[in-house]
Design a protein around this ligand. Structure first.
Ligand code: ZN
Ligand code: ZN
Length: 138
């Protein structure tokens, strides 16, 4: 991926640019991701922090405690509420973009499924990529 990628919230107030290749795309079936997305799972596009640039309005954030016992800063548009990215204290130097906010999502291809113990039964996890019952590495 040489060109930059752009994305933003539903109302267009928050915009960002991704200036380098992402490190990984994780599909997470945990209950927090289901609640946050209001859907069956969440996706996290893990990118180096220095390659992620906000280009329009500064979003709002709140901080919650993750299962790891470390904090996660959750960043969203103040106007429309779209979640833009997460900044977990457990992963210094990277941020997790919510990749459904990218203008072009056609290139996204998950590398890993996490927390499949909470997977909704109709969601099929492909067998050719790694999947974990819980948090990978825990
Ligand atoms: Zn917005
Ligand atoms: Zn999750």
């Amino acid at each position: 991926m040489s060109e930059s990628r752009e994305g933003g919230c539903q109302c267009g107030e928050v915009r960002y640019r991704l200036e380098s290749a992402p490190l990984a795309l994780v599909v997470c079936h945990c209950t927090e991701c289901q609640r946050q997305s209001g859907s069956a799972f969440g996706m996290s596009l893990i990118v180096p922090e220095q390659s992620f640039k906000l280009t329009a309005a500064k979003p709002k954030s709140f901080t919650r405690m993750a299962d790891s016992g470390k904090t996660v800063e959750c960043v969203f548009c103040e106007n429309c509420g779209t979640r833009i990215y997460h900044n977990p204290a457990a992963m210094p130097g990277s941020v997790n973009i919510k990749p459904g906010t990218l203008d072009d999502t056609s290139w996204l291809s998950p590398n890993l499924h996490a927390w499949t113990q909470h997977r909704q039964p109709w969601v099929e996890v492909p067998e050719d990529i790694p999947s974990f019952d819980m948090q990978p590495g825990s």
